[in-house]
Design a protein around this ligand. Sequence first.
Ligand SMILES: *[C@@H]1O[C@H](CO)[C@@H](O)[C@H](O)[C@H]1NC(C)=O
Ligand SMILES: *[C@@H]1O[C@H](CO)[C@@H](O)[C@H](O)[C@H]1NC(C)=O
Ligand SMILES: *[C@@H]1O[C@H](CO)[C@@H](O)[C@H](O)[C@H]1NC(C)=O
Length: 470
Amino acid sequence: MFLCWCLSLVALIPLTTSTNPGVKVKLTAKGIEYGRQLAVASILQKLKTIKLDDMSGKVRVSWQVKYSLTNMNMVDVGLPTAALDLVPGTGPKLSIVNANFRLHGNWRVRYRFVKDSGSFNLNADDISFSTSLSIKTDPTGRPAVSSIDCGANVGKMSVRFRGGASWLYNLFKKSISSAIQKAMQKKICPLVANAVSDLNNNLKTLNVLAKVDKFAEIEYSMVASPTVSNTSIDFGLKGEFYNTGKHQEPPFSPAVFSLPPQINNMLYIGVSSFTIESAAFVYNTAGALSLYITDDMIPTISPIRLNTRTFGVFIPQIDQRFPGLMMKLLVKMAKAPVITFEPNNATVQSFASVTAYAIQPNATLTPLFVLNLVSSVGARVFVSGTRLAGAVTLSKMDLTLGTSDVGDFQVGTLNSIFQTVLNFVVIPTMNVQLAKGYPLPTLGKMKLVNTQLLVLKDHVMIGTDVQFTG
Ligand SMILES: *[C@@H]1O[C@H](CO)[C@@H](O)[C@H](O)[C@H]1NC(C)=O
Ligand SMILES: *[C@@H]1O[C@H](CO)[C@@H](O)[C@H](O)[C@H]1NC(C)=O
Ligand SMILES: *[C@@H]1O[C@H](CO)[C@@H](O)[C@H](O)[C@H]1NC(C)=O
């Protein structure tokens, strides 16, 4: 009975939906240092806007001294020492020590029958605060940061008064220091939380659904919360191409891959062969991987023409039965291409059918034969702007006969024709598309600099520094 109950419980647990990421992003210490500079600049801006509310108080010195402080404004703020350290499993921790500020304000006092007033400058140079940053996934799959466990301490201050009688302000000097100290201490953490949450405005610009063209878009949402080690923060993104608006899963899924422990760049982006294969699947499903080839697409310098005379040289029946006609080829993918990434070697193997037609004088297409074309191309992969682009060259081609309407012939004799067609028409057409590139995951107006790309086992790795422009 107990066993039954346990088994039925197990059956109720949904299948784990832990998806392997198709794209991985690693933020290194160098990237985190850049993040630290941005965070410190943002906190500094916020601190400068601190305005303390007017305060008033009483001090008893045989008689009551009533004072009030008004118009208190921050004159200067300095954050000379800020560190952003990674706490494995938790997140980055921002610690600031020796922060300082200068405040200017007015004072007014009543003591027995005396009224007096003036201004004051207050210097504080022993301020420290620290906060941990939690990085989670928001409902749209973008990272979201928040400040947790913030603590602030405002140390000793010195006050300098102007105007008025010194015996008078000396009476309440101590108590205003401590009032301002308390007020400042209360302000710092909410303000830090505010500055941190402002970072989300940038993170919200992550292109979780990047439009490619009329056929495709790429999903870059995070598949899990990022992992924090002592040297990097690692993000797993879906990295999958979909037909625009139609998210149908392909019959394959991402394999596990890991980025090598590089540290020279701020950011490493690993794009798996899965991501590229999902692109091939999408374009193939959308019917975008087929191409009609006509004679005018073949450069005039080529002696090989798409007509029954050229083909007749190799298959005499064609010239005999269809003399003096132009021809047309339809190249169509038979299944999605296979992409292989090996160290320094990106190869795409594709499986296509080629149907050859004679074009009758009345424009009717008469099918002549169908060939199976298996070809391998070597790919050069590169980054162009914030896009991943490529260029391919033919490395191998294999033709076999599918069906023939013109009787038997030796397929091998057509090799040179099809090599010409691939090299002069199909490959250049592909390269025009590939050169346009595919958007990488980006934030806002992010510019990639010092970018390099390596082809590794099962993925390409882009190492890059980033700059934010405006
Ligand atoms: C980081 O953690 C690894 C183990 O997880 C450890 O071997 C290494 O010494 C740590 N590095 C630093 C700089 O703390
Ligand atoms: C690249 O890999 C393919 C197979 O994946 C192989 O046929 C080809 O020879 C390799 N090229 C180089 C230059 O190593
Ligand atoms: C076009 O011409 C071919 C060959 O002469 C003929 O078999 C076919 O019926 C014609 N088609 C039309 C639509 O006229």
